[in-house]
Design a protein around this ligand. Sequence first.
Ligand code: ZN
Length: 283
Amino acid sequence: MRIGVLAGRAKIVTSGRAFDIADISGRRFGPEPMAVYEAWDDFVAWAATADITSAGPAEPFTIDKADAPVPAPRQIFGVGLNYRAHQLESGLPEPDVPLVFTKFPSSVTGPAGTIDLPGDQVDWEVELAVVIGRRAYEVPADQAWSHVAGLTAAQDLSARDVQMRPAGTPQFSLGKSFPGFTPLGPVLVTPDEWVDRDAVPLSCAINGEETQSSTSADLIFDVPSLIAYLSGILPLLPGDVILTGTPSGVGIGQNPPRFLTDGDEILTQVGDLTMRHRVAARR
Ligand code: ZN
């Protein structure tokens, strides 16, 4: 099943058509997207038996009109240096435990559109994003997937100058939380729909030139390990988002470093999900 959001309302998306969850469920679920995640187990049980495609009128689902499939998560976690080649390009030692930071929810945006550049050191990071469906607290890795609503595509845009300051005690959360710095989408795809949920291909291209290409099979800490680690510390709530880390090929790893400039196009690909953004210098 694929979940998308149009005009603030949660939709089931199938073959490019969007069915309004509140309408087809007789108002039992939605329309508010976060309310669907809050009732995830009941919603999935209902959807398994509902006759969705004959349930009512559908509208076209296009990425230009879509909001993030998770527009207002309560918590967003990011993981640093979680692909070995990216850890090597950063010049930092391999972590023994996940390196976790937060991204503030006001940074979430949809799968297409224009994102303002707050400076001249903004970098791209394609990532596989995990969305929690069932509250997870002290969940062991072998039970972690049952707490996942689905996976989606993400960018973890990063203003490297702000992220790395002050020297010696860098502030990742702020450097990665400018408005528009967490694009998600275009839809959430439930774990059963992936060819291999533990080996999802992901790539990023800037102005048509591929900069990153990998698979989530190369994660140092995989999805179950991240959920076990985080949920051992605090509860993960329905609709929470975990950005699992970025592979090598970010701009700051190039020699000389390369950053996004006015008019650049970012193409983000995770499995069969595509996001397309343009960046614009602040005027
Ligand atoms: Zn990242």
